[in-house]
Design a protein around this ligand. Structure first.
Ligand SMILES: *Cc1c(COP(=O)(O)O)cnc(C)c1O
Length: 356
């Protein structure tokens, strides 16, 4: 792929304090942009200054949410190498998301090439402090101006990046989660398996409800029966019950196939654990919480890697997990995966890709 470089006149000032980067607050100097036009395909790959873009008020994405996105990170190792973590999984997932939304596929090799090219240009933006990284947000949307619901004839693929702080500056911190028993996130045949903007717009009300009751996240149940646990906000979720791990299957098409989820499952199986990708009824989950067999609960996703769950509320029933403390296995998974991502541990699965 031929990528044109359009230089910025004045570079931005980088945030001075790596302890207060937060998430998604400071965009870097450049972005990758490529256009798709019906009949022509993908064209005009470029890395240009990160700046506001002009859209027609009739742009179909503003009306009908023809948008998909991805999320991955670039990690700086102690010996100053730059690593990506399984970027091929993000490329493939975006192709699957786009197919569901009738949006053009962005080829896997080009996706990885574009990410690498942008990360190389922005390498000085990758923070140095422990557990910090450069968050990479590829996304695609239609920029066509037309007020009819239809497959569009032009799209933009853009990648923006931003330095992000340590998710747990003081160590893993268990969260309280509320099971949503009324609103649903996904149904069979819908878009639950895709990372499309519309899924998240519809989820905010559940999040607001949970926050009102003092909970940080929503645990979604399946859309048909509101019976089986599926996932949490922007994370997949796993339960350790009686020594085994259980997590919702992705085969129903209602759960996002997380890269972190897949990596955790492979680590767990490698360590000899039984991992069951099966439906788990919320009643059985609460029962396990009360009879002492529910040992650990944790969410998995790129941003936090792992998020221990210390309390679950379903209707009027509350269970506290592992005394509101991070479980041993949760901690081990976190240490192992972050160890591989930041190049501190051997990468025996060949997951990391060095950007040279
Ligand atoms: C992104 C996301 C995840 C986690 O996926 P990762 O690839 O592990 O970051 C899980 N659930 C939802 C709904 C998501 O949007």
């Amino acid at each position: 792929m031929d990528i044109k470089f359009i230089e910025r006149e004045v570079l931005k000032e980088k945030p001075a304090d790596e302890n207060h980067l937060g998430f998604g607050k400071y965009m870097t100097d450049y972005m990758f942009v490529m256009d798709w036009t019906k009949g022509q395909g993908w064209h005009d790959a470029r890395i240009e200054p990160n700046a506001p873009i002009l859209l027609d008020p009739a742009c179909v994405t503003l009306h009908y949410a023809q948008e998909t996105f991805e999320g991955l990170k670039a990690y700086r190792t102690e010996d100053d190498r730059i690593l990506l973590f399984r970027p091929d999984m993000n490329a493939k997932r975006m192709i699957n998301s786009n197919a569901r939304l009738c949006m053009p596929a962005f080829p896997e090799e080009d996706f990885i090439e574009a990410v690498e090219a942008l990360v190389k240009v922005e390498k000085d933006w990758i923070p140095h402090s422990k557990d910090t990284s450069l968050y990479i947000r590829p996304f695609m949307f239609s920029d066509e101006a037309a007020l009819g619901v239809h497959m569009a004839s032009s799209y933009k693929f853009i990648i923006i990046t931003c330095p992000v702080g340590a998710y747990y500056p003081t160590g893993l911190d268990p969260v309280k989660i509320m099971v949503e028993d009324e609103l649903v996130r996904a149904v069979k045949g819908g878009t639950g398996f895709t990372k499309c903007g519309g899924n998240y717009a519809g989820s905010i009300l559940g999040q607001v409800k949970a926050e009102k009751e003092g909970y940080t996240q929503v645990l979604w149940l399946d859309g048909e029966n509101r019976k089986y646990v599926e996932e949490v906000g922007t994370m997949n979720i796993m339960f350790k019950i009686g020594g085994e791990i259980i997590t919702a299957p992705i085969s129903e098409g209602t759960v996002l196939p997380g890269v972190t989820r897949d990596s955790m499952i492979r680590l767990l199986r490698d360590w000899g654990y039984t991992v069951r990708e099966e439906r788990l009824a919320v009643d059985d989950l609460m029962k396990a919480g009360h009879d002492g067999t529910l040992e650990e609960v944790f969410g998995t996703g790129t941003a936090a890697v792992i998020s221990p769950v210390g309390e679950l509320k379903y209707k009027d029933d509350v269970v506290v997990i592992n005394d509101m403390k991070t479980g041993e296995l949760t901690q081990k998974l976190y240490d192992t995966l972050t160890g591989i991502q930041w190049g501190r541990l051997e990468d025996k699965f060949g997951w990391t890709v060095e950007v040279k």
